[in-house]
Design a protein around this ligand. Sequence first.
Ligand code: SF4
Ligand code: SF4
Length: 373
Amino acid sequence: MAKVYFASARVKKWRYEDSMPGKLERLLREAGVSKQFEKDEWVAVKTHFGSEGAHRIVRPVFLRKVVNELKSAGSKPFVTDTVRIKGLDYLEVANQNGINHLSVGAPVVIADGLYGHDNVMVKAGELLGEIAVASLIHDVPAMVVCSHVKGHINAGYAGAIKNLAMGAVSAGHRHCGWKCGRGAMHTMGEGKFVWDSEKCALCYQCAEVCPLDCIDFEKDTFNYKNERCWRCGRCTRVCPEGALSLPGDDQLFMKSLAESTQAVLGTFQQNKVLYVNFLMEIQPECDCMPAAEVPVIQDIGIVVSSDIVAVEQASIDMLLKAKPLPGSLAADEKIKEGADILLELHKKPYILQVQEAERLGLGSPEYELIEIE
Ligand code: SF4
Ligand code: SF4
């Protein structure tokens, strides 16, 4: 049975050891970071840099604690993410959100190069076939996956699986484009947009949010550059009128997340990846959106495990016990206490990603919870 270490976000004593950064240090020690990672071993600290307006990411202070702990073990950590917008701009987003060498104490690098083309095609499951894993993540021998747990318009729940499935692969491949990258998961279908001219208010929010300037509205009609488009889905997510969609299959999407995660983890030896899930600032949407909404669930704490299925199952079990926060989207949607808040918000069968990860042999949903006081 997997061990899952947990520290509550509640502070009962006013001393550093009982602060969240202090508790994270203790969690990492309890989880055995010094035994899992070796002297001089390069370790990727995989996080999500956020977006220019989405500030509710894993805070730099926590990344710093992970880096410090890895350095204490003699390892050589670096903080990384893949290109979501153009690489140079994305590094500036990281900097603006407080993630830089000075703040986190280690180099901050893009895992798939400034153009997002540095990747290695890795065999994935029967749905994806192959997927373009970021070359830095493919090559590095060890990794700590720092995931901000939140909701997600497509995945319903986004934690460690989503962080790796989408975030450790490129948006596309140099030759085979979006079909070999995360767009293959986002669409799980033809990858063709459906635009409803009756519903469209010509607000152009979709065009403004596109990282590649793919969209124009010549003659008041939605047009996009098919070859250039990553199928990242940002444009569809921000449409306030529901006029734009990339039709896909929810069940296949969840399963493809697990397949992609398996492909990424297949590039590591056993027990060389540690998962740190931050159940804090649990907003309804992804960190890549143009803004961060207020949290729908109160801060719960930090969950750490070497088993990706266990860390996800434990995080979900905690979310299921949480109450919807007043003044949030959960309250707007009249979600009641005791309900599955993320399921009610997004109506996506998110647990499938965890079940599929278990089926693929990535871990076990059975866990022993060890809470540090
Ligand atoms: S899916 Fe939309 S936002 Fe993303 S690259 Fe294509 S057109 Fe742009
Ligand atoms: S965001 Fe939606 S409503 Fe606005 S222009 Fe695009 S498709 Fe039309």
